[in-house]
Design a binder for this molecule. Sequence first.
Ligand code: GLC
Length: 741
Amino acid sequence: MENIPLYKDASQPVEARVEDLLSRMTMEEKIGQMTQSYGGEYASEEEYVAAIRAGKIGSRIGCDTPWAGSAPVKGINVVQSNAHQKVAVEESRLGIPLINGRDIIHGHRTVAPIPLAQAASFDPEEVKASARTAAIECSAQSIHWTFAPMMDICRNPRWGRVIETLGEDPYLAEEMAVAMTQGFQGDDQTKEDCIAACAKHFAGYGYCEGGRDYDASEISRGTLHNVVLRPFKAAVTRGKISTIMTSFQDNGGTPSSSSNFLLREMLREGWGFDGFVVSDWGSIQQVELWGAAQDKKDVVRKCLLSGVNMEMINNLYPKYVAELVAEGEVPQQIVDDLVRGILRIKFRLGLFEKPYVDIEERAKDIRKPEAIAAVRKQAANCMVLAENNGILPLEGDALKGLRIALVGPMVNERRSMGGAWNTGGFTEEFTTIHEAFKEAEKKYGFKLIVHDSELWDAQVRTAAFLADMIICCVGEHCDMTGEMPSISKYRLPLGQDDLIEAVRTTGKPFVVVCTSGRPLPVPGARDFADALLYSWHGGGETARAIVDVIFGEAEPTGRFPITVPEHEGQIPIYYGRKIPGKVVECNKDRFNKERKGQLDKPWIYGSYEYFLPMYPFGYGLSYTEFALSDIKLASAEIPYGGTNKVTAVVENIGNRAGTTVVQCYLADPRCMISRPCKELIGFKKLRLEAGEKREIEFEIGEPAMGFYDENGVRHVEAGEFKIGVGFDSDVELDMSFTMAK
Ligand code: GLC
């Protein structure tokens, strides 16, 4: 190799390249690597490019506002991106490439279902494949790093960003977070279609009080260790994730961006994380706004000492880092270590070897037909069928000439199909429900009726006279979800419950389709409709997937990844609750009787309306019926530290092939601390032919049986454990075994 500096020699080990490059860098160049810019801080592109040339910028964030997900989709100027990279690589003193980051949350140009919907699929392999496609597409447009997966546990779906989460359960979130990370990062990060992933928001953002975005959270150390941190630990230790993003909020007095506990004790010392931490947009400056620092300089000091490698916007690092080091407030070693983390990821990504995108060559990777087909199938797999009296799927001769009316606000809605955090998809490429049914009319032979007015009174009246059945399309606009739009009333948007009542009074058979980000309660559908399908904001192909499901081409195989409250008065409500010390008998049957007015006297413990959600975590119907039998534990007693196994036979007792999700829950009823009444420890999604039986098994052992105490020390305690296997979290834990001392 001709005489090139060691750091430019790809045959050298990454750590050697990091040290060699670091040893050549000035303080200003080190601070430049710690600075992420969106370009808008500069008066002109020339000034921005000059800053790149001077080594003052280490990363570009590909969005134009703090709310990338909600920003008007403008696409990426890949030519400009290559040009900026050329300045960094060929005109700056050390030629360190930029790392381009962007919110590739659920697909890029081929928009996939929102992450909450993807979690509903209970299918990590499909989620991984979806993230892989997103990585291929965004890397073809100069993106090296996505600010995903978001893995905040959320138990308050009023929060707009619940749509970006993987639900309420730590086990499901772990499995999905690892799958997404592996999909984004691929099997060899030096490959040009593999990108860096980012576990966010570290940590506890989903517990913002009242579901009010950006509000403080109060999370006990026990809940932090046993719930909130679990997906992050899995992403770091199992997913080998490259980066972490801190969260805006303050937890118990410490903003996450200045939390030594989170960023040093847990992340680096506890889990061995060796990538880099980026702040959220301005979250370093917000430490001062929380009042948790004397001034901006003190903020920078705290965030450096805590271990935030890179500042997303606001540029406080360039103002104060050198001064703090010169004054001895922050050791040089701390800054060098933070820069090491950034350089390490840039070397691992192969950015020094392949800094540019071959735009023409990679254009073939954008919106491939197979990618579009895959997100259409994924959208169906995420959909949750909540009610069905057998009306669905519509198929066979009965369809010929059947007059189907579409009514409601989502009939012609296009933008919302893509969901709130769609930064790469073009709305005009999404299909509306109206268009999808129109496309399918000839194929299935039905007659579509859609009034040409958006006024529901005319739509319903027409349907009443002309239709044999009605599909009522309700839901929420994507602008009501995502960053900032938390809601106070947890119900359908105003008027839609009345619409459903109007449809009911027509006396026609009707199906309700809820196209939303949050799983909103639809009591009118639960009580009176023939079927209720939650389609989610399922990506660019949502509408076609709804048609596929309605007419039986595809099956809705989703299960709720979050409890669906009856109304906001129940929130927070989730399956893995503690059993109240003063035992309130949460008897579902009694609650159901009360709800239907069948109880002979009011119940002193309070009404069903507080305790009985609309739908439990893990619930969803199939197009066929399944039964479980021969559920057996391998051992009634196991040695300390041993494992057990539970087997069961799943049978498709219906008359058509179908898919179900069998779930295994565990409880540790006697423990040194109080534990949830049950916790998901395993799930199996399987498709069986009519009449087919299959034996499945769940391994029971660490880490399912253990827990953390409030100091983060892990324990597995001898004693009784209870187990339940079923089709949702309402399962009874009717088996038990003992672990010996
Ligand atoms: C936003 C979000 C974060 C996102 C970042 C960049 O404010 O909180 O999730 O990745 O800014 O758009």
